[in-house]
Design a protein around this ligand. Structure first.
Ligand code: AMP
Length: 111
């Protein structure tokens, strides 16, 4: 069954899209934890980083390139975090691999 992000990719749910190509989409987080909080993900339904195969690494590296471009576009290139939560203990709530790009304020220690 499709996740919320799968539905956003299929345009069954709305989102603020900040980047899109055939393979990758990036949206604004609906409940931002910082002034800049974007979610960058492959359109392919990969459950989490732990499930990613070697073939998926190309998509993941493209996500990082998109993150670099968006960091510049949103003017946080000098300080941001790029995070993926893997599994419930890490706080993952949507099981479609995504990277949080968080910045625009002083960030505290990870915990
Ligand atoms: P995670 O907890 O790492 O799986 O991240 C899921 C993220 O998706 C959270 O930061 C949520 O705030 C965000 N989120 C939940 N629903 C939506 C939505 N409809 N559109 C955009 N972001 C969402």
């Amino acid at each position: 069954m499709s996740t919320i992000f799968g539905k956003i990719i299929k345009r069954e749910l709305p989102a603020e899209i900040v980047f899109e190509n055939d393979r990758i989409i990036a949206i604004k987080d609906k409940y931002p934890a910082a002034p800049v909080h974007l979610l960058i993900m492959p359109k392919k339904e990969i459950k989490d980083i732990q499930s990613a195969s070697k073939e998926d690494l190309t998509l993941i590296s493209e996500c990082i390139t998109v993150a670099q471009e968006l960091a510049k576009k949103f003017n946080v290139q000098d300080g941001y975090r790029l995070i993926t939560n893997n599994g419930p203990t890490a706080g993952q709530t949507i099981y479609h691999l995504h990277f949080h790009l968080v910045g625009g304020r002083q960030l505290g220690a990870l915990g």
